[in-house]
Design a protein around this ligand. Structure first.
Ligand SMILES: [Fe+2]
Length: 82
């Protein structure tokens, strides 16, 4: 599942690169739509892993969807996991 997460992130990046150079509006819209599927896949893979990996979950809960300095949130999350 970790490799699947990586592959979904790569797919998001590939679409990002293609979208950034595509001139045709319709082709760009189709690729954006396809990229959104990859966001969903990435999210499902990540959620699966977080449910299986309590330490990851502890660290990421301190970082994701929080306001403020990301580095400080990461450090706080790391401390919680220790
Ligand atoms: Fe995918």
């Amino acid at each position: 599942m970790m490799l699947s997460l990586i592959e979904e992130a790569q797919a998001i990046d590939w679409y990002e690169q293609r979208i950034s150079v595509e001139k045709d509006k319709q082709a760009k819209a189709i690729m954006k739509n396809a990229q959104q599927e990859e966001f969903k896949h990435f999210g499902m893979d990540l959620e699966f892993l977080l449910r299986k990996k309590p330490v990851w979950k502890t660290v990421l809960q301190a970082i994701l969807f929080q306001e403020g300095d990301i580095v400080k949130l990461g450090e706080a999350g790391e401390e919680k996991a220790e």
